[in-house]
Design a protein around this ligand. Structure first.
Ligand code: SAH
Length: 299
């Protein structure tokens, strides 16, 4: 999964109508603005430490960073953790002056205003049937699973990423918003999926040519962060969180300023927040330094 996704992201920009999938920041500027407002509010309530930086994991085209930074203020440095050369180029265009890093551990020792949208779901999972790990084998010319049965997933790579974020927050201060699709409680189930051209595909077909993801187990995320010493908020459905922090009011302001875009803005708001759209399946959790206040929108 790691090797497939490394090739996949290194060789294309997969986002948008002409690509394989569309993410929340690509739907409308309001998404990144709300993320920026939430981070900026938390930073101010923490006493606005001057050396805080904006950090993002897997920033895609850089759209979320550009929208969030417009709200946070241009004086804050942007540090982007990205491995894909193709996407770094797109990010550089939208966030001139950004500093790139290959890993979370390389972020500078300063307080973080961090966001990761659809990053954790791209990290590799393991699948288990009882004590046996389900592997992938070559069967003739085709890839096949070694076993079938009731599957339990875990993700040491994802846990290591969460632990690295939490450790940074504990040592240097800051807040992290983690947004992804997934479930609130650990539970059995095969959630590995492939998407290509905005449709589900066979995860074992065309290795490295389609987007592979797995649902994020937010219970495991919260446990890992807490065990590392970070404070963790409740998990909020994306629609509720965005509504609590004021996306409806933001939409009204945008409509007022651009009356001819009213119907586009209305449908973007619906896609981001409605329970039958991205509002319920996608969830948000925040980790923060015990010295920082909890960000808004989680209770
Ligand atoms: N956050 C963006 C893009 C999500 S796609 C958005 O919401 O539009 C996943 C992103 O994570 C891509 O930018 C991809 O290149 C990056 N990525 C995937 N695996 C990574 C890894 N191991 N390290 C750093 N970045 C990674």
């Amino acid at each position: 999964m790691a090797a497939c996704n490394a090739h996949y992201y290194a060789t294309r920009d997969p986002l948008g109508v002409g690509g394989d999938f569309t993410t929340a920041p690509e739907i409308d500027q309001m998404f990144g603005e709300m993320v920026g407002a939430c981070l900026a509010d938390c930073w101010h309530r923490a006493g606005a430490p001057e050396n805080a930086i904006y950090a993002e994991l897997g920033p895609g085209r850089g759209t979320l960073a550009a929208d969030a930074l417009r709200v946070i203020g241009a004086g804050v440095e942007a540090h982007l953790v990205e491995t894909s050369p193709a996407l770094r180029e797109a990010q550089q265009t939208r966030v001139p002056g950004a500093t790139f890093h290959a890993a979370i551990e390389q972020l500078p020792p300063r307080p973080l205003l961090l966001v990761a949208n659809e990053f954790l779901d791209a990290l590799p999972v393991r699948q288990w049937i009882g004590d046996e790990q389900r592997l992938i084998m070559l069967q003739g010319e085709m890839l096949a699973f070694t076993a079938n049965g009731m599957i339990v997933e875990n993700s040491p790579v994802r846990e290591a990423a969460v632990a690295a974020i939490a450790a940074h927050l504990v040592r240097h201060g800051g807040v992290a918003l983690l947004i992804d699709y997934g479930h609130a409680r650990s539970a059995p189930g095969d959630t590995l999926q492939a998407v290509r051209g905005h449709r589900f595909a066979d995860p074992l077909a065309d290795p490295g040519e389609q987007d592979l993801t797995a649902h994020v187990d937010f219970e495991a995320v919260a446990d890992t962060a807490r065990n590392t010493g970070a404070a963790v908020t409740a998990l909020a459905p994306q629609g509720e969180w965005l509504t609590r922090i004021g996306i409806v009011e933001r939409a009204e302001t945008l409509v007022h300023a651009n009356p001819d875009r009213a119907s586009d803005i209305g449908s973007a708001l619906n896609r981001l927040t409605a329970t039958d759209q991205m509002g319920e399946l996608f969830k948000v959790i925040a980790l923060h330094s015990p010295d920082w206040p909890a960000p808004a929108g989680f209770e």
